[in-house]
Design a protein around this ligand. Structure first.
Ligand code: ZN
Length: 74
């Protein structure tokens, strides 16, 4: 095996590893979306109250964080 063959082999191997890593990242992001990230507060990470989700369909903060944000708004 000469050096050029080895280099190509190595490059293919690294490309394969990078692809696997990218695929794993995509799978992980889909998995977390399925786990209900939309119902988790973006500030504290706690689950948003189900009643609140029902009332405000597009809310991304729990009651406490939404209230804190209101209070700190100028
Ligand atoms: Zn919160």
């Amino acid at each position: 095996v000469d050096d050029i063959d080895r280099a190509q082999e190595l490059e293919q191997l690294q490309r394969g590893i990078a692809l696997d890593a990218a695929r794993a990242r995509i799978t992980a992001s889909f998995a977390s979306r399925d786990a209900g990230v939309d119902e988790t507060c973006i500030d504290c990470g706690n689950a948003i109250e189900p009643e609140r989700m029902k009332a405000l369909r597009s809310t991304s903060r729990c009651f406490e964080c939404a209230r804190a944000l209101e209070l700190h708004r100028p």
